[in-house]
Design a protein around this ligand. Structure first.
Ligand code: GLA
Length: 389
């Protein structure tokens, strides 16, 4: 199943204009050097299950460390405009941190990314009840979602890049969802400095599915302050406003004339404190942006440029939307890597996905996966550079 929407030419043009300050091609390629993938022990879960950390390294020195606990991207080292490397994702130095309470740092989120209202939905005339782990709503798969499961893993060096394949069987009834669901997530780090995430799944009963990755980025380097000065362009002319529980009202609201207009690059912090009901409800940006698409397939969703380091992140996806979240719930209580207290807005997330609460909104693109159907979704994070200011 390939569930994608279409983009308008106009929006594509606007987006390209937004990206006018052309980022450069991958930096620091030392010809002849090869990429590698290595595995090391990362510790044990509370139940004693061993967990590993896989280090994917490309020939330019870009390095992604990913654990098979929750498929979490633990660190991601990319070069700045001067070729200096830094870790650009929030998280912890060890497994212990991830085993405790945390807001989905780097994790694969499922079965359903974002919220399902009142933890209930109907499918084929039957009502399913999910755990309510976010007020009266169900968030990010429930109490023990994909982010807290141990996935089986295989790592290989392939011509297309360094590849980590993760597999997980979510049993019928897990967290209240129907059907035995077999999920595969493949991370590929290429020599073009792309980290590609391919999701695939099949089920033996009709179910709903909305998988994403919840990495928090700070392109200056994790722990190096807030992201308010980083410039973002989002390829969306509409977003889904929410109610007080952050559930979409059903409206697709034009971004024009609102603080949600990122069709041209704008500092994340420029309008974040504007007197706007949606920003107040979200405590900042925590909204689903409907991507402007012309056809199916990989399309540009967003581009973030850090004027300090010159790092650029381009996000491409086959998904119809992306949740743009500005770390609003971070409040300094979590001590991340190196013991740094992660304060509000220390990271941003671009969770490519279908719209929140789609199972309760028949007008939204469907998130139903039928028995025997193949679910497929791809997101690519392209790390580039532009001149720092
Ligand atoms: C998503 C949600 C936010 C919050 C974070 C995790 O981005 O939309 O409301 O739950 O995940 O803290």
């Amino acid at each position: 199943m390939h569930r994608t929407l279409s983009i308008t030419c106009l929006a594509a043009v606007i987006f390209c204009a937004a990206c006018a300050k052309r980022p450069s091609e991958p930096q620091g390629a030392s010809q002849g050097e090869k990429g590698s993938v290595t595995k090391q022990e990362f510790g044990k879960t509370a139940q004693g299950q061993p967990v590993d950390l896989y280090i994917l390294k490309n020939r330019n020195g870009v390095e992604a460390a990913i654990t098979n606990y929750g498929g979490i991207v633990v660190s991601l080292r990319t070069p700045d405009a001067k070729g200096q490397f830094a870790d650009v994702v929030l998280g912890f130095d060890n497994l212990q941190g991830y085993l405790g309470e945390h807001p989905y740092f780097g994790a694969i989120v499922g079965r359903y990314g974002n919220r399902i209202a009142k933890g209930k939905f109907s499918l084929n005339g039957k009502t399913y009840t999910l755990a309510k782990n976010n007020g009266e709503n169900s968030l990010h798969g429930g109490l023990k979602g994909f982010d807290k499961q141990v996935w089986s893993a295989t790592a290989e060096s392939k011509p297309e890049g360094q590849v980590l394949t993760l597999k997980y069987r979510s049993a019928d009834g897990e967290e209240g969802y129907p059907g035995n669901l077999d999920v595969t997530v493949v991370y590929t780090l290429t020599d073009d400095n792309d980290l590609k995430i391919d999701y695939a799944a099949t089920t033996d009963q009709d179910t709903v599915l909305n998988i994403t990755n919840h990495t928090y980025f700070n392109l200056t380097g994790q722990g190096k302050g807030d992201v308010l000065g980083q410039q973002i362009a989002i390829n969306s002319s509409r977003f889904t406003p929410v109610d007080a529980g952050l559930i979409p009202t059903g409206e697709l609201k034009p971004v024009a004339g609102t603080p949600f207009d990122f069709r041209n690059p704008k500092a994340i912090g420029k309008d974040i404190a504007a007197d706007d009901l949606q920003l107040k409800l979200g405590k900042g940006y925590d909204h689903n942006f409907v991507l402007d698409r012309k056809d199916e397939g990989l399309a540009p969703a967003a581009e973030v440029t850090d004027p300090v380091s010159g790092r650029v992140l381009q996000v491409w996806t086959t998904e119809p939307a992306t949740q743009f979240y500005t770390g609003n719930f971070l409040d300094g209580t979590i001590k991340g890597k190196g013991g740094v207290a992660y304060q509000q807005r220390f990271g941003f997330c671009l969770e490519t996905q279908h719209y929140p609460d789609s199972p309760n909104h028949p007008a939204f693109p469907t998130t139903t996966l039928k028995a025997g159907q193949q679910y497929k979704s791809t997101t690519v994070w392209k790390f580039r550079t532009a001149a720092a200011q």
